[in-house]
Design a protein around this ligand. Structure first.
Ligand code: URA
Length: 242
């Protein structure tokens, strides 16, 4: 149970003060009856605002097909952001909605977002070995020697120090394409691993993260996923820009 005014403000609907005005206007109903006092404790699942249930009151978990050209940063000074593809109200949520790991501006594909810190921790911690699968197109044909080097681990420079990547799988595909599976997420890792072997990544798409795949979700579109271990199941919804 949560105070209605706190609930609406944490889900990004309005300020706590405005919540009382919305109650006064008869816009807020709980369990089939209008609510007149915004300080009352309510069951979030029972609340309706303008006849619609609240957006994911137990937490958000979203799969987005990131197009090339968008950044995962919250800072709009770095260019158009993946957050701009989500409903505007979600940007006012507290806890904040963040990406689970990042993709480069020039990388497309599967991106997960959530407001649940524990989920970010669970899916990004190297301890949990969550697989990330990428489809890379190179400026040359990938070779079996590259696969061996990926499997052994490659030395990269990070903050002036040499670090060795964990064993990764590289599957040679037709043409100049390769499928890469990583168990960690270092900055620009796929591009830097190929660069260490003298190859340039022309395009890069993430196709899978753990158990989640893009399916037929088009670039720029998102869908809400059920929260793992959530208190109440969230339905699947498909959305688009704006
Ligand atoms: N590796 C990269 O080089 N870029 C990404 O966005 C993800 C993995």
């Amino acid at each position: 149970m949560r105070r209605l005014d706190q609930l609406l403000s944490s889900l990004g609907y309005c300020s706590r003060k405005q919540a009382q005005a919305w109650c006064d206007a008869g816009r807020v109903w709980v369990a089939g009856a209008p609510l007149d006092d915004a300080s009352r404790k309510v069951d979030p699942a029972q609340v309706k605002l303008d006849d619609a249930p609240l957006d994911f009151p137990d937490g958000l978990f979203v799969l987005l097909h990131k197009p090339v050209g968008l950044v995962c940063s919250h800072d709009s000074g770095e260019g158009p952001r993946v957050y701009d593809l989500l409903p505007q109200r979600w940007q006012q949520r507290d806890p904040k909605v963040t990406t689970i790991g990042r993709l480069d501006k020039d990388t497309s594909g599967l991106l997960l977002l959530t407001d649940q810190g524990a989920l970010v921790q669970r899916l990004t911690s190297p301890k949990h070995h969550v697989e990330k699968v990428y489809l890379a197109t190179l400026d040359r044909a990938p070779t079996p020697e590259m696969s061996e080097a990926f499997a052994r681990g490659l030395e990269l420079t990070e903050d002036g120090e040499r670090v060795k990547t964990r064993p990764a799988a590289l599957r040679v595909l037709e043409g100049n394409r390769a499928e890469v599976t990583l168990h960690e997420g270092r900055y620009h890792q796929v591009r830097r691993m190929f660069a260490a072997l003298g190859a340039h990544v022309v395009s890069l798409e993430r196709t899978r993260l753990g158990e989640w795949t893009l399916g037929d979700l088009p670039p720029g579109r998102w869908k809400a996923l059920p929260l793992p271990c959530s208190l109440s199941p969230a339905g699947e919804r498909v959305g688009e820009r704006g």
